[in-house]
Ligand binder design. Structure first.
Ligand code: NAP
Length: 484
């Protein structure tokens, strides 16, 4: 193993090694012989140093003119866009997604920074009528303080960008911990802010395992808010561990349904299922994982879906023409293969169902796009998040039955209906228990200028992320009574 670059933490304005001096390696999931980088295996001492730095920097950053904060976001956006090709290739190497999608993620992160640079300069407060003519009553909105940002590996730039940008522009300071399985893209995001001249301590970047630094980042006395995206299990644990005075925003798992009821909609539904369920190898929180199909059209739907799924090209995301990349981690590969084994007992395997191990696949985490049909409603593969290229096709009788099955889930992240019936479109938007409702679109995908989040165990039932709503989490309100 030669020339593996070592990457540092960024704490209190300095790129620095972990105090304990330990590191960990991150490998390419398409070819595990390729070591992408060596990262700091930080300890609690590093995490607490980052929190202290963020706390010390807060006062001055809060007082800085909003336009000066915005300039830093705009310059960071320009840096990300300028380097999007190179950073995108690094993202493909560390996480597996196709090169074009990886580059798009950096471009989208830049868009997010620009959106908040402008949007946050226009939030207002309110004045209130008062019986006392000599008294003015109004609210002021101010930042919270130190915010911990914890992100997953599946969107290692765009997700932290939509947390860090609103946090900073509102005047908060940040400690950012990326996923240990894709830390380099997060580092590039931090680097963009450093290159844009962010003052020391305002943004701190710390790599290391959740076990080693998670509790310090969640439990430190100075932390006023935690914005987390990841698994429901971890999110619920962090939410419970946070103190009463620490705000939490948890964006968690999903088991997202797509519904198709009419024979004339089959081709469109197949297309949306393939795109929503198999792109990113099924590793999107909003990925289509259940397809609820009217019994009368199920055979035809499954036949056409299987034809499309088996034609997908699985391979290294760096190779042009690849439709489905590898699973991102060894753990994810094990989980997906375990669920496929469960599915074999619960339902009928239509296609896929195997790990690819020969030739170009020998050193990567590749699984064939997999479809199960005749999946019982209470099957584990119908109810639990798999987070891989595995789709469960479930029979339904009609629209009402489809809604009942769709809503019979602990999750409520995204859902889609394929239909040309305008009445049904409106009914669906009202009936479905999901934070993101799609009609004739994939369950995946959301805009940087629109709110995003889930219902039930897919999110904390408090603040939405993204768009103008995304600012609310990072601001608190004071009411001022000003006498003459
Ligand atoms: P994960 O295992 O929960 O990890 C997410 C992040 O949290 C990582 O940085 C991880 O660190 C850290 N972490 C885990 N446990 C922690 C703890 N107790 N305290 C502090 N930090 C902790 O999730 P993942 O496997 O990376 O991501 C996949 C999951 O994310 C899926 O469930 C998916 O649905 C969900 N997701 C949700 C959304 C959304 O917006 N709703 C978007 C994308 C993904 P380490 O890497 O060091 O373990």
């Amino acid at each position: 193993m030669t020339n593996v670059p070592t990457f540092l933490n960024y704490i209190d304005g300095e790129w620095c090694a972990s105090l304990a001096g330990a590191t960990f390696d991150n490998v390419n999931p398409a070819d595990t012989r390729d070591v992408v980088g060596r990262f700091q295996a930080s300890t609690e001492a590093d995490a607490l140093a980052a929190v202290r730095a963020a706390s010390s920097a807060f006062g001055a950053w809060k007082r800085l003119a909003p336009a000066a904060r915005a300039k830093i976001l705009l310059d960071a956006a320009a840096y990300l866009e300028h380097h999007a090709d190179r950073f995108g290739e690094e993202l493909t190497r560390e996480e597996g997604k196709q090169k074009a999608l990886a580059k798009d993620e950096f471009v989208r992160a830049a868009q997010t920074l620009r959106f908040y640079a402008v949007e946050a300069q226009s939030y207002g407060s309110e004045t209130y009528p008062s019986d006392d003519a000599g008294m003015m009553v109004y609210t002021v909105r101010e930042p919270l303080g130190v915010v911990t940002v914890i992100s997953p590996w599946n969107f290692p730039v765009s997700i932290p960008a939509r947390k860090i940008a609103p946090a900073l522009i509102c005047g908060n300071t940040v400690v950012f911990k990326p996923a240990s399985d894709a830390p380099l893209s997060g580092l590039r995001l931090a680097e963009a802010f450093v290159e844009a001249g962010i003052p020391k301590g305002v943004l701190n970047f710390v790599t290391g395992s959740a076990g080693a630094i998670g509790s310090a980042l969640v439990g430190a006395r100075e932390v006023r808010a935690i914005s987390f995206t990841g698994s429901t299990a971890a999110g619920e644990q962090i939410h419970r561990a946070a103190s009463l005075s620490t705000r939490t925003q948890m964006e968690l798992g999903g088991k997202n349904p797509l519904i198709v009821l009419d024979a004339d909609d089959i081709d469109r539904a197949v297309d949306l299922t393939v795109k929503g369920g198999f792109s990113l190898a099924g590793q999107a929180c909003t990925g289509t994982s259940r397809v609820l199909v009217a019994r009368a059209i199920r055979a035809e739907f499954v036949e056409r879906l299987a034809a499309r799924a088996t034609a997908l090209v699985v391979g290294n995301g760096m190779t042009p023409g690849v439709d489905v990349g590898p699973l991102a981690t060894a753990g994810q590969l094990r989980t997906v293969l375990d669920y496929i084994a469960v599915g074999m007992k619960e339902a009928t395997l239509v296609c896929g169902g195997e790990q690819l191990k020969h030739g170009e696949y020998a050193h990567g985490y590749f699984v064939m796009p997999t479809i199960f049909s005749g999946v019982p409603r209470d099957a584990r593969i119908a109810r639990e998040e798999i987070f891989g290229p595995v789709i469960a096709v479930i029979d339904v009788d009609d629209y009402d039955d489809a809604i009942a099955v769709a809503n019979d889930s602990e999750y409520g992240l995204a859902a889609a209906l394929v239909t040309r019936d305008a009445q049904l479109m409106h009914r669906f938007a009202n009936d479905i228990e999901a934070g993101t409702v799609k009609i004739n679109r994939t369950t995946t995908g959301n805009l940087v200028n629109a709110p995003f989040g889930g219902l039930k165990r897919s999110s904390t039932a408090t603040f939405r992320e993204s768009g103008r709503n995304g600012l609310e989490f990072y601001l608190q309100t004071k009411t001022v009574y000003r006498g003459a």
